[in-house]
Design a protein. Structure first.
Length: 255
């Protein structure tokens, strides 16, 4: 039997409880309980870890980083079990999960500050016609040299990140094979239709981690014919989840 941990909708930063109180009253006791478990085969967080979009450096961002790092250290203690987190709604997680990529398997890539060289490359590409003329006339190879430098930096960091945490962040739907099982990860889907996600469900995943509305979960959002658009995100058809072999773990609906 597999032992999976499923969290969702932590909403760190919600007005009724600040992040320090949440850490002391909820997170710390929960981590103590998890450390006592004989085994953990996977830790899956189904979105809305943050309550709203906070600026980089905010206490809620720092606290979530600390909490995730503690989970990563727990993974190291218990056989390096996989940790996966998916993005929730735009109004809650937004793009803030990008701030936690230094904790992922290839985290060293994201710790390296390469903005200056990237900006140099972007500037030359935006003025590609002028650069092409200059390259033809003066043999200016600075763009290619900058690209080589950038890629070599990234590849070097990747090679040095192999001992990183077994932690990944998914902001787009994806299927991943984890210990012989096909996992479908579905962050809240913002699209005009469900064609792309339908193809993934039809691949017959063993498990699914999903954040978002489900057809029929709330009566007045139900529709028998099509996935609805709620808050510009797709309400997933119930039939899709019947294609999952074992079960789906969800976030978003607080009931």
């Amino acid at each position: 039997m597999k032992h999976y941990i499923h969290w969702a909708d932590v909403h760190l930063g919600v007005p009724v409880m600040d992040c320090y109180e949440y850490y002391d009253r909820i997170h710390t006791p929960e981590m103590k309980r998890l450390r006592q478990l004989p085994r953990i085969d996977g830790f899956f967080i189904a979105g809305d870890s943050l309550h709203k979009v906070f600026p980089d450096g905010d206490d809620n961002i720092k606290m979530l980083y600390k909490m995730l790092e503690e989970i990563c250290l727990l993974s190291k203690m218990k056989g390096n079990f996989p940790i996966r987190i998916i993005r929730g709604t735009n109004g809650h997680d937004g793009n803030m999960l990008e701030l936690f990529r230094p904790l992922t398997r290839f985290g060293k890539v994201f710790k390296e500050d390469t903005k200056n060289i990237e900006n140099e490359i972007i500037k030359k590409i935006q003025n590609s016609k002028e650069y092409a003329i200059n390259y033809h006339v003066t043999k200016d190879k600075s763009l290619f040299e900058s690209l080589d430098k950038l890629m070599n930096t990234h590849l070097g960091n990747i090679e040095n990140s192999e001992v990183g945490y077994n932690f990944e962040i998914y902001t787009k739907p994806i299927i991943e094979n984890i210990n012989g099982y096909k996992w479908l990860f579905v962050p809240e889907v913002y699209a005009d239709n469900d064609e792309a996600i339908s193809e993934l469900f039809h691949q017959g995943p063993d498990f699914c981690l999903y954040h978002g509305m489900i057809e029929g979960a709330i009566d007045f959002y139900h529709d028998d014919k099509t996935s609805l658009i709620y808050n510009r995100s797709i309400t997933m058809k119930r039939a899709y989840f019947n294609m999952v072999k074992y079960y789906t773990a969800c976030g978003h609906i607080h009931q």
